[in-house]
Design a protein around this ligand. Structure first.
Ligand code: ZN
Length: 172
C-alpha cells in the first residue's frame, strides 16, 4: 500500500485527485499507476484502470490470476467492473467509500458471483489514515485555490471597471 500511496503522491503533484494503484504478483510489483483523468483528458483513466492495463501488458495475459491489486481508495463501479473482468485474486484498498464505493461501500461488484463470473477477495483499512489525509488535503487545497481565483477575478473586474470610469472621466 505504501507503493500505491507513492503513486497517489504523483497524482497529487500533477494536480490530479490523488489515488494510486499497484498490481502485485509473486511478491513483485508488475504494474503501477496513478489517476490521470485530467492529464489524459479521459474520465476512464482512474488509477485502477491504468494499473490493470499495465499489468496485462506486463504478463501478456488479460487474466490476472494470482495477482493482488492495491489501491488507496475503494474502487468505483467502473473500476470494480473492470477488476472483475481482469480476475485478480485479491483487491486491497485503503480508504473505504461508503457513498460511491463498489467493493462493499455502496454496492459490492467484487463479490457478486453470480451473476458476475468472478469474485475477488477484498481487504481494506490498510494505511487508511494516509490514504484519507492525502485526499482531504488535496480537496482542501483545491477549494482554497478556487476561492483565491474567484477573489482575484473579482479584484481584476473591479480594477477594469474603475479604469473604464477614469477613462470616461478623462474624455469629459
Ligand atoms: Zn474508478
Amino acid at each position: 500500500m505504501q507503493q500505491a500511496l507513492r503513486e497517489a503522491r504523483k497524482a497529487y503533484k500533477a494536480e490530479e485527485v490523488p489515488i494510486g494503484a499497484v498490481v502485485v504478483k509473486d511478491q513483485r510489483i508488475i504494474a503501477r499507476a496513478w489517476n490521470q483523468v485530467e492529464t489524459l483528458k479521459d474520465a476512464t483513466a482512474h488509477a485502477e484502470m491504468l494499473a490493470l492495463t499495465a499489468a496485462q501488458n506486463a504478463t501478456g495475459d488479460w487474466r490476472l490470476e494470482g495477482c493482488t491489486v492495491y489501491v488507496t481508495k475503494e474502487p468505483c463501479p467502473m473500476c470494480a467492473g473492470a477488476l472483475v473482468h481482469c480476475r485478480p485474486d485479491r483487491v486491497v484498498f485503503g480508504l473505504p467509500d461508503p457513498a460511491g464505493g463498489a467493493a462493499g461501500g455502496w454496492i459490492n461488484l467484487l463479490d457478486s458471483n453470480p451473476p458476475l463470473n468472478h469474485r475477488c477477495e477484498t481487504a481494506h483499512g490498510i494505511c487508511e489514515d494516509e490514504c484519507r489525509v492525502i485526499l482531504q488535503t488535496f480537496f482542501r487545497e483545491a477549494r482554497a485555490r478556487k476561492k483565491q481565483q474567484k477573489l482575484e477575478a473579482r479584484i481584476r473586474a473591479e480594477m477594469e471597471k474603475e479604469a473604464a470610469e477614469e477613462a470616461a472621466k478623462g474624455e469629459e
